[in-house]
Design a protein around this ligand. Structure first.
Ligand SMILES: Cc1cc2nc3c(=O)[nH]c(=O)nc-3n(C[C@H](O)[C@H](O)[C@H](O)COP(=O)(O)OP(=O)(O)OC[C@H]3O[C@@H](n4cnc5c(N)ncnc54)[C@H](O)[C@@H]3O)c2cc1C
Length: 459
């Protein structure tokens, strides 16, 4: 108890008493999504600067206190989960957009800025920051960097690692590793920042970043389509890619099970009439987006690739269509407990994989719900399973990932490994890769101060 009091007093000396939260303020927060039990941490520390982050890490590393970085706490793999005795490092006071360089197409930000604020600031400057995901209002830039977040525009712009030009990171011992590079080209030695992007707070703490902005690509054309089979979905993807000259930004596919799970919330209008084997939300952003989308839809009708279509004729309509796709809250609220998976595999293997999964579920849990949607163009499916019993979770994990192994698929397309997928890393990574990850972790964090036990067991 005395030791805990001393630790909290020492944190207060670094960040100020008001910025060390304890007791009910800690218990009021959740550190997993969907929200699970209340946070268990000894305290939440809220630094205001890189220097304060460095001082906290130096202290924790010297005193054997584990540090769990936390951004918006929207991560889906328990990467920010704390144990009693850990300290949560919150970035809610590090929310500055420090600079926007229009000719250079860069934005310099602190780690705690919410993704949506970055998107809005880029738009105000006549550009775009293309990482986009349903949790945009809460997810922070630091969290999206730490998880190498993907989202709805990966097809066109790549993942978060493709948007980061420079990074400032604090190592476990408090060393500030600053490379706030603003140039597109910089081949001087190893690109160390890439090691920290996607490392889920286990190798270093992200404090600032130089983001790459893109030219504002023009107007948005959005449509919700129906298709009769998966071959038609893939043919439509190829057609849309070809005819949009690289302007196809999103191609989200939903199985009927997704709509069956989300529409009962009553928050949305059904996007199409009738039954369709697949639903597709397609978006093109360019100067001629409406014309391009019109041509794609005409060709798709002629080729028999689509069974119905709703074209958004206003931003509000486009927003309403996206609200259905993004309504993870309705999904998880309607089916509790819901086991969420974020897998990737070649598109041509998707139907076979899902058929095997359905058969395996039926054999063990007849009537279990299997909800599927995802960024099919990126080979990424979100698979959600409801057996009705939380204690089935591990057995369902074994099933989902076991069927993936022979397909050389990934247990994490975009959400990361955190705690939830740690035992399945070897489905996707070789023993040699995992051993090297362990050596890197030990080199950068020999005392196991940073987010211990996440990503790698025992690290
Ligand atoms: C509704 C919804 C939709 C989503 N859609 C997508 C999607 O389409 N694509 C996708 O990729 N993800 C998606 N996610 C997952 C989540 O939003 C992302 O993982 C996001 O990047 C997490 O950001 P955060 O700030 O909430 O991070 P947190 O959840 O707070 O943390 C995530 C991980 O990053 C670490 N971390 C956080 N900040 C830092 C930092 N400054 N330095 C070092 N480590 C840090 C944490 O320790 C933890 O391991 C979705 C989540 C929700 C709830």
């Amino acid at each position: 108890m005395t030791r805990e009091r001393d630790v909290l007093r020492d944190f207060a000396a670094i960040v100020g008493e008001n910025h060390v939260l304890v007791g009910a303020d800690v218990a009021a927060r959740h550190d997993t999504y969907p929200p699970g039990p209340a946070m268990a941490a000894l305290g939440i520390v809220r630094p205001a600067s890189t220097a304060e982050v460095a001082a906290i890490l130096r202290y924790c590393d010297a005193h054997g206190v584990a540090v769990i970085p936390q951004g918006g706490r929207t991560g889906l793999v328990s990467g920010g989960k704390t144990r009693a005795g850990d300290v949560a490092l919150s970035f809610e006071r590090m929310t500055a957009i420090e600079a926007i360089d229009i000719p250079g197409s860069t934005m310099i930000v602190q780690a705690g800025v919410p993704l949506q604020r970055v998107q809005e600031a880029a738009l105000e400057a006549g550009m775009t920051y293309p990482v986009d995901l349903g949790a945009r209002g809460s997810a922070t830039i630091g969290g999206t960097i730490a998880t190498n977040a993907g989202g709805n525009s990966v097809l066109r712009y790549g993942m978060t690692r493709d948007q980061i030009l420079g990074l400032e990171v604090v190592l476990a011992d408090g060393t500030v590793l600053s490379n706030m590079n603003r140039m597109m080209k910089n081949n001087a030695g190893y690109d160390l920042k890439q090691m920290f992007i996607g490392s889920e707070g286990t190798l270093g703490v992200v404090t600032r970043a130089v983001l790459r902005l893109r030219p504002e690509p023009g107007v948005r054309a959005t449509a919700w389509l129906g298709a009769g089979d998966f071959d038609a979905v893939l043919a439509l993807l190829a057609l849309a890619g070809r005819e949009s000259s690289g302007a196809l930004t999103s191609f989200e596919v939903m199985w009927p099970s997704f709509l069956d799970a989300v529409l009962p919330s009553g928050r949305h209008q059904p996007p199409l009439n009738g039954e369709h084997a697949f639903h597709i939300l397609i978006e093109i952003v360019s100067r001629h987006a409406q014309d391009q989308l019109q041509l794609i839809l005409e060709a798709a009708w002629e080729q028999g690739l689509i069974t119905d279509a709703t074209l958004a004729t206003s931003d509000a309509q486009a927003h309403a269509l996206w609200a259905i796709r993004d309504d993870i809250e309705a999904l998880v609220g309607g089916l509790r407990p819901l086991f969420l998976y974020d897998i990737s595999l070649p598109q041509v293997a998707m139907v076979g994989y899902l058929g095997q999964l359905r058969a395996a579920l039926d054999a063990r849990w007849p009537g279990a719900a299997l909800v599927v949607f995802g960024h099919v163009a990126d080979g990424n499916l979100h698979v959600c399973i409801h057996t009705g019993d939380e204690s089935d979770h591990h057995a369902v994990d074994d099933m989902v990932y076991g069927l993936l192994r022979p397909l050389a698929g990934s247990v994490s397309a975009e959400h990361g490994i955190g705690l939830d997928k740690r035992d399945y890393l070897d489905v996707t990574r070789t023993a040699e890769e995992i051993a090297l990850m362990g050596r890197l972790k030990h080199l950068l964090d020999p005392n196991g101060t940073l987010n211990p036990g996440k990503v790698l067991r025992g690290a």
